[in-house]
Design a protein around this ligand. Structure first.
Ligand code: SAH
Length: 225
């Protein structure tokens, strides 16, 4: 499908979606502890306002998550930055993201990692994200699937990133990590709290570490056409 090119105004935004607004978002994130300059630079240049409904575009750079339809949300900028920072710490070659959603986290990662794969279970969200990412020339391989099975043909991955909260770690995903690779995922504990969790594969062993409390939509099963 041939898409009309984005006009420079659409891309840059204006008023509440202008470069100034993006710069302020990045300054806030730097104060809130994001240290990786590469992440800050990419997020300063990424048109987050194109990843939500036009009616919400003026709120795109607020420090908040936003609805993207189908009961799903685009994570707040700080969370996206944090997950990206954790990913880059691994200097990964091949990364798998589960939960393409709007495609915003995918765009940020695509500018920073050599090989990116992303899975989404809701066809309509996948399609919208694919269209946006194509218009922005993002290099990522996208597919519709229940991400719990991973992407066996592309494995192993140096990082597997979940942008939806799992109740248990899917063993299939752990098996698709390279030796030394990490899974970064919100994980729900028995008391219902969610923790950003990092699991590193060392041979056949897995070293699990809780990082910080988070709030994500749940990882669900199956595909929605
Ligand atoms: N990273 C996204 C966040 C979207 S919210 C963004 O930047 O917009 C989480 C996404 O995970 C939703 O789109 C949801 O449909 C998707 N999801 C939930 N369970 C999934 C699964 N098992 N496999 C693939 N995607 C899943």
């Amino acid at each position: 499908m041939l898409l009309p090119k984005l006009s420079p105004t659409e891309l840059r935004g204006r008023g509440m979606t202008s470069q100034r607004t993006r710069d302020r978002m990045v300054e806030r994130m730097a104060h809130q502890g994001i240290r990786d300059e590469r992440v800050l630079a990419v997020m300063a240049n990424a048109p987050r306002h194109l990843f939500v409904d036009e009616a919400l575009a003026h709120r795109a750079y607020e420090d908040t998550s936003l609805p993207i339809g189908f009961g799903q949300t685009l994570s707040q900028p700080l969370t996206v930055a944090r997950m990206t920072e954790l990913t880059l710490r691994e200097a990964p070659r091949r990364v798998l993201e589960l939960g393409t959603g709007s495609g915003y986290q995918t765009l940020i990662l695509s500018r920073l990692v050599p090989e990116l794969y992303s899975l989404e279970r809701i066809y309509a969200l996948h399609q919208r994200a694919a269209q946006r990412l194509r218009r922005l020339d993002a290099k990522a391989r996208l597919a519709v699937a229940d991400g719990s099975s991973g992407w066996p043909h592309a494995a192993p991955f140096d990082v597997i990133l979940l942008t939806a909260c799992a109740q248990a770690l899917p063993p299939t995903l752990l098996e698709q990590l390279s030796d030394g690779g990490v899974l970064i995922a919100p994980l729900e504990e028995a008391d219902g709290t969610q923790w950003l969790t990092q699991v590193r594969r060392v041979g056949q062993d897995y070293d699990k570490r809780r990082l910080e409390p988070v709030r994500f939509v749940p990882l669900l099963q199956g595909v929605v056409d």
